[in-house]
Design a protein around this ligand. Structure first.
Ligand SMILES: *Cc1c(COP(=O)(O)O)cnc(C)c1O
Length: 395
C-alpha cells in the first residue's frame, strides 16, 4: 500500500543531512562543551556554530539566541518572563489571540490565576488578527503582546511586522510563537520589530526536544533554570549538543531553500485545495492566500473528523483533524470555533500539512481516496441525513 505522510505541522522526519551531521556528536565528539580539553572544546565550537546559524536564519545576533527543549518551553519562558518584568512596573495586562497554541493559551491562563488580566483577540472568519484591534486593546497596564506568526491548524499568517511596530510605538514587549513559520517563511526579527520569538526544531527536520528562544539584546528575562553558566546563565544545564547541531544544520538547509520549497509545496497544496473543493458541502478554513505554503485545512459537513482520520490511516495517509494536542478530546478545536464555525461543522475538519518531501503522486493519491471516504461516512451519518432533509425542505 502507498503511504503518504501529510502531517508535517505535527512533526517532521529528521533529514538525512541532519542525521549525518549530528551522529558524530553522540560518539566521537561527546565532550561536555564546558570542559577545557579538546573534545569538550570541539562540542563547544559546534554549539557556537549552531547558535550563529540560528541567528543568521532570523536576522539576529548570536548572543540573542537561547537554546531550549522546544517550542513550548520557549513560549513559557518568554511569556512568564515578560509578565514578571511587567509586574515589577505594576503592569499586569497581556494581549494574545484566540487561536494561539496551548503552550501560549495555558501559560496565559496560569498567569490569570496569578492576578494578570489577558485579552484574547478575535481573528474573524479569515483567521487573522486585526492590527487596529491590538491597538485598541493596549492600555497603560499592558506589558506584553503575544501573537503567533502562523497558526498550526489553519496556517493563517498574522501581520507580525505591523503588530511589532505598533508595540514598539507603545513601549510594549512583543513575542511571537513562530514554531510553524521558521524555515517555511522568511523572517527577520529586526525588520519585523520582534522582541522575542519561539521556534522548535522538529517542525523543520531537526530532532524533537530542541528549540530556541530569540530574545533581543538588552531585554533581561528572568532566568529559566538556575545552575551552571550555560545559555549565559539564563537556562542552565549541559547542552543537548547533538540536538543543537541538528537545529543549526536544519534551519540553514531550510532557509537556503526557502523560496524553492515554498513554490513547490504551495503548488502541491493548491492542487489539494482544487481537488477537495469539488466535494460538496466543503469549505476552506482560514484565509485562502495569507497562509503557510504547506497548510491545507478544510471542513466537510456531515463528517466526523476522527472517523475520517482513521479511514485515511487505513489507506496509508497520515493526517490530522487540527492540532495533535486536542485530538483525543471531544471538544472541537478552539481555532475552528474562533473562526466562527458551528460545532457540528468544526467536527468535520481535516488538516493536511505538506512538505517538500511530498510529491504530485501523493496528492493525486489523497484526492483519489478522499471523496469515496467522505461519501461512505456521510452515508452512515444521521447528521448528514439531517442536513439533506433540511435542504430538501427548503427547496
Ligand atoms: C508544535 C508547536 C508548539 C510546541 O512546540 P514543541 O517543540 O513541540 O514544544 C508550539 N507552538 C506551535 C504553533 C506549534 O505548532
Amino acid at each position: 500500500m502507498r503511504t503518504v505522510y501529510a502531517d508535517n505541522a505535527a512533526t517532521t522526519p529528521v533529514s538525512q543531512h541532519v542525521v549525518d551531521e549530528i551522529l558524530p556528536y553522540f560518539t566521537e565528539h561527546f565532550g561536555n562543551p564546558s570542559s577545557l580539553y579538546t573534545i569538550g572544546q570541539t562540542a563547544h565550537r559546534a554549539v557556537t556554530k549552531a547558535r550563529q546559524q540560528v541567528a543568521d536564519a532570523l536576522g539576529a545576533e548570536q548572543s540573542e539566541i537561547y537554546f531550549t527543549s522546544g517550542g513550548s518551553e520557549a513560549d513559557n519562558w518568554a511569556i512568564r518572563g515578560a509578565a514578571a518584568l511587567g509586574a515589577k512596573k505594576g503592569k499586569k495586562h497581556i494581549i494574545t489571540s484566540k487561536i494561539e497554541h496551548h503552550a501560549v493559551l495555558h501559560t496565559c491562563a496560569a498567569l490569570e490565576k496569578q492576578g494578570f488580566t489577558v485579552t484574547y483577540l478575535d481573528v474573524y472568519e479569515n483567521g487573522i488578527v486585526k492590527v487596529e484591534d491590538v491597538e485598541k486593546a493596549i492600555t497603560d497596564d499592558t506589558c506584553l503582546v503575544t501573537i503567533m506568526y502562523a497558526n498550526n491548524e489553519i496556517g493563517t499568517i498574522q501581520p507580525i511586522a505591523e503588530i511589532g511596530k505598533l508595540c514598539h510605538e507603545k513601549g510594549v514587549l512583543f513575542h511571537t510563537d513562530a514554531v510553524q513559520a521558521v524555515g517555511h517563511v522568511k523572517i527577520n526579527v529586526k525588520e519585523q520589530n520582534i522582541d522575542m520569538l519561539s521556534l522548535s526544531g522538529h517542525k523543520f527536520h531537526a530532532p524533537k526536544g530542541i528549540g530556541a528562544l530569540y530574545c533581543k539584546k538588552g531585554l533581561r528575562l528572568p532566568n529559566l533554570i538556575e545552575g551552571g553558566a550555560q545559555e549565559s546563565g539564563r537556562r542552565a544545564g549541559t547542552e543537548n549538543v547533538p540536538g543543537i547541531v541538528g537545529l543549526g544544520v536544519a534551519i540553514t538547509d531550510m532557509v537556503s531553500h526557502i523560496d524553492e520549497n515554498a513554490k513547490k509545496v504551495s503548488a502541491l497544496r493548491d492542487r489539494l485545495f482544487e481537488g477537495a473543493s469539488k466535494i460538496s458541502h466543503s469549505r476552506i478554513n482560514g484565509d485562502r492566500e495569507r497562509r503557510l505554503p504547506g497548510n491545507f485545512s478544510m471542513c466537510f459537513e456531515g463528517v466526523e473528523g476522527e472517523s475520517l482520520l482513521l479511514m485515511l490511516d487505513a489507506k496509508g495517509i497520515s493526517a490530522s483533524s487540527g492540532s495533535a494536542c486536542t485530538s483525543g478530546s471531544l471538544d472541537p478545536s478552539h481555532v475552528l470555533l474562533a473562526i466562527g464555525l458551528p460545532h457540528e461543522v468544526a467536527h468535520g475538519s481535516l488538516r493536511l500539512s505538506i512538505s517538500e518531501n511530498n510529491t504530485e503522486e501523493d496528492i493525486d493519491y489523497i484526492l483519489e481516496v478522499l471523496p469515496p471516504i467522505i461519501k461512505r461516512l456521510r452515508d452512515m451519518s444521521p447528521l448528514w441525513d439531517h442536513i439533506m432533509e433540511r435542504e430538501n425542505n427548503k427547496a
